[in-house]
Design a protein around this ligand. Sequence first.
Ligand SMILES: [Cu+2]
Length: 216
Amino acid sequence: MSSARSAAGRAASRRRVAARFGRLAAVVAASAALALLPALSASAHNYVVATTPAKDAVVTAQPGTVSLETNEALLDVEGGSVIQVQGPDGKYYGDGCAVVDGPVATTQTQLGEPGVYTVTWRVVSTDGHPISGTWAFTWQPVDGIALAEGSDEPGACGGTSAAAPGASTPADESGAPEESTEAASAAPTDALWIVGGVLLAAVAAIVTWLVVRRRA
Ligand SMILES: [Cu+2]
């Protein structure tokens, strides 16, 4: 009778240990997730929330400007913001120079030959990393609108762009640091957050393992 009772007691004890282990595992998973959270937010880049003209829009009057808006304030870095407007004739309309105002980057442009225009942009994310992309809209000027002459050259600002149209990398959303000093100084910060998060998770896992092992 006493041996049966102690066997039952051992079984109950094992169940308690198992339950404790389950709770600990949950705590470890949660703390690992919390530790990794800053790393995730630190590596999140600005993303485009709106463009003018809108993607695939049909424009009938000279827009005067082309702009994009992101979710957060952009960094106004010398030479970091470029918006190139390229016509169906492959020519450039505007100098590619972009003015940053908070989350918005804007360039001046006068459109020429009707057709599909491609906007290629590069701006500097809040964390110092360049982000880039393209969108297109259709230019269907109504009669009587003055059309601009395009330029064969990308223009004063567009000429220095890493996001030049026709480049083999159309969009860099990966956050790969480019040559600007801002990018170079921001990259280690991201890496530190990630390494720190991983280390914290590892320490939490080791502590849990030691605690569970001692109780078992
Ligand atoms: Cu970044």
